[in-house]
Write a protein that binds this ligand. Structure first.
Ligand SMILES: [Zn+2]
Length: 114
């Protein structure tokens, strides 16, 4: 996968299908990718999941609830409530990150923000 990207191929997993875009000259690499399709798909899905999961509260409202469309980025539930439950592919709740208030208290008492 790293080799394919270095060569200029774009990889994307969507609905169980592997999408590869790039110059035709790279076809040998593409063939190898499709031979390992299951593994490549799993790795891509992990990456995408990691990429779209918010790691901190909304920077506008400090909200801890997010939702996303299939394959989309996380959207703050308070700033941009989902218009229809059908659109929600995933919901996220951030619990590990302390709120601004907690961070302020921690700072006041000499704790480093986690
Ligand atoms: Zn927000």
């Amino acid at each position: 996968m790293a080799e394919a990207r270095a060569a200029g191929l774009k990889l994307r997993a969507e609905g169980g299908l592997l999408h590869v875009r790039g110059p035709l000259a790279l076809e040998p690499i593409v063939r190898r990718l499709f031979q390992a399709k299951i593994e490549v798909l799993a790795a891509l899905q992990d990456e995408q999941k990691f990429a779209i999961t918010p790691s901190r509260p909304c920077r506008l409202c400090d909200g801890h609830y997010f939702w996303s469309r299939a394959g989309g980025a996380a959207i703050c539930s308070r700033c941009h409530p989902c218009p229809s439950p059908d659109l929600v592919a995933e919901e996220f709740t951030i619990t590990a990150t302390p709120s601004k208030e907690v961070n302020r208290l921690l700072e006041r008492f000499g704790w480093e923000p986690a």
